[in-house]
Design a protein around this ligand. Sequence first.
Ligand SMILES: NC(=O)c1ccc[n+]([C@@H]2O[C@H](COP(=O)([O-])OP(=O)(O)OC[C@H]3O[C@@H](n4cnc5c(N)ncnc54)[C@H](O)[C@@H]3O)[C@@H](O)[C@H]2O)c1
Length: 432
Amino acid sequence: MRLCMIGTGYVGLVSGVCFSDLGNDVVCVDKDINKINLLNKGKIPIYEPGLAEIALKNIKNKRLTFSKDLKNSVKNSDIIFICVGTPTKKNGSSADLSQIYNVAKEISTSINKFKIIITKSTVPVTTGDEIEKILSKKNNKKRFAVVSNPEFLREGEAIRDFTYPDRIVIGSNDKKSNRIMKTLYTPLISKGSQYVHTSRRAAELIKYASNAFLATKITFINEIANLCEKTGINVEDISIGMGLDKRIGGRFLRAGPAYGGSCFPKDTKAITSTADKFKTNLSVIKSVIKSNENRSNLLLNRIYEILKKKVKNKKITFLGVTFKANTDDMRDSSSLKMIPALSKRGAIIRYFDPSGYKKEFKNIKNVSYESSIKKSTEGSDLVIIHTEWNDFKSINFKNLTKSKKFIVYDMRNIYSPIKFKTHGLKYFSVGR
Ligand SMILES: NC(=O)c1ccc[n+]([C@@H]2O[C@H](COP(=O)([O-])OP(=O)(O)OC[C@H]3O[C@@H](n4cnc5c(N)ncnc54)[C@H](O)[C@@H]3O)[C@@H](O)[C@H]2O)c1
């Protein structure tokens, strides 16, 4: 099939590359000319394990191309995936759909034969209806179908998640587009993925409800961790004891910093805003948002306690600053709250992240990037393990603390506290 991905970010690029690997002809379009130029030179603009190899293979096979020409790319394709951003509106909590509707307007002038227009972006209930209205202004309704196919991939695991999804959700209000979508996904269905066909609105809501539920699970265990800290209980025992119950499940039950990233914070806000619009109240999710927003302050207070309230001129190291491991994505990472707050109190901060330097800290006083764990921890007073990269899972603390001992605050509970007793290092973690 001939596919066009509009928006070549984490979702559009990964899906485009993987669809081409399944044998389709794919053109990935973006208005960001730098991105397209890089891709045309065979360079991948994001950090996603395994993506470059599959992309290069399919560029070579001529099944994968990149373009900034949206109109012609749409004309030459049968299936169009909209994969642009849906960030939170400035000064609000609903999703800003301007990128989606701009793309819909551009597509509406390029429908030269029957096309399926799909939202892979996360969009609020009734967005598909609006897209249909925009396209109908310039086209007969028989010439297109608007479908919702939300994406569930996780950054850092995106190739595996795309190739072996638990489920493929297709929301369409007509039989023809459902048949075509099922054919497109047949290679994944035949490997065991469930194909779920619903109404378009239901598919839109499935995505938000899923993300809100996962965010709730994380926030729930984070609050339980607070209680564990006060009562001398190890939260890991609680996670195991709860998670073995099949009705609950062990995933997303690991205590740590506030959830962040490009999805959970904006999607939890957007679903509550949709509910408000339809005059119903998602009070559970509203509490989750509030609790998560407080989480970074709570962990900051813990840092102040660990440093006995003497933060000025203290050398603090952050190991990992992205919102989770195996991605370069900084969107809504809790480090964006914690590092500026510590800098304001006079701390001297160095960070090392396997995905490299971050422009987000460029203008923050006394914050610098170091190129290794060793360089970033030399002479430190406190080392914070903020992200669970594999690089941080077997650090030789004995070697690093030869000349000066530092305190470790392990926000991901990577290490066993016993290990630190034998090194004579002060060690703090979450909910233990
Ligand atoms: N990142 C994730 O892990 C993830 C997972 C599931 C779903 N989603 C959803 O997918 C959508 C995209 O997320 P992302 O992280 O890939 O975003 P992104 O910001 O990485 O990429 C979006 C791309 O769209 C491009 N774009 C915007 N307007 C355009 C236009 N008119 N023409 C061509 N290109 C245009 C931008 O230049 C950008 O490159 C969002 O709705 C998000 O919520 C993201």
